[in-house]
Write a protein that binds this ligand. Structure first.
Ligand code: SF4
Length: 208
């Protein structure tokens, strides 16, 4: 079977396994989404969702966050780890959007990655989740499951992003991102993947 055909079947089966795969960060607008995604680096969405209500209550807009005291922000997000760096990043992000983009969070990866705390993964989430622009973010789950499945053979998230974007049509990039993440979180776990429950087993390279 060709790689393209396998990728298509894997995509369809993932749709059966996780028809409701979606963003698990809580947010109400692109500002909150962007901050939440930056905060989610190296921690869980659940942990981010615990700190963001208080953070957004105190700083409800880009402007308020841009003028925030870093120590206060750090205290509000202390429980998610790397708080000092993340506080600096989200304040820097807010300032950058105001100073470089007239207060409007950009809709392109190229512009977004010029801002503090924003790499390609974060940028892809912001454009796809926030603006409905096709994007396919590659995080640790996407990296692990696509390698195990044999769709890619590299630990490099940028190479994986481009490879998956070649394999799948633009219209499903965002959905595939969420489905790979749900697979990684729920079935294809880092330790002890639940292969016997996985519909992808017949197509999974790690099982051959
Ligand atoms: S069969 Fe196992 S290793 Fe392969 S994708 Fe499913 S859970 Fe992961």
């Amino acid at each position: 079977m060709s790689n393209d055909k396998e990728a298509k079947i894997i995509g369809e089966l993932l749709g059966v396994m996780f028809p409701d795969a979606h963003c698990e960060l809580d947010y109400h607008n692109v500002y909150e989404l962007s901050v939440a995604v930056i905060l989610s680096a190296q921690t869980t969405d659940k942990a981010v969702n615990i700190v963001t209500p208080n953070l957004f209550a105190k700083y409800p807009t880009l402007e308020s966050l841009a003028n925030a005291n870093a120590s206060v922000v750090e205290a509000l997000i202390a429980r998610i780890g790397l708080a000092k760096t993340k506080a600096k990043n989200i304040i820097g992000f807010a300032k950058g959007v105001i100073e470089q983009f007239n207060g409007v969070i950009p809709q392109t990866i190229e512009e977004l990655i010029t801002l503090p705390g924003v790499g390609r993964k974060t940028a892809n989430v912001i454009i796809s989740e926030g603006y409905g622009v096709p994007g396919l973010a590659v995080d640790v789950h996407v990296t692990r499951v696509t390698n195990r499945l044999g769709l890619v053979d590299t630990p490099d998230p940028i190479k994986i992003e481009y490879a998956l974007k070649e394999m799948y049509p633009k219209e499903v990039w965002h959905t595939m991102h969420h489905r790979f993440i749900f697979l990684g979180r729920n079935t294809c776990k880092a330790k002890n993947p639940l292969c016997d429950e996985c519909l992808l087993k017949p197509y999974c390279k790690s099982q051959k």
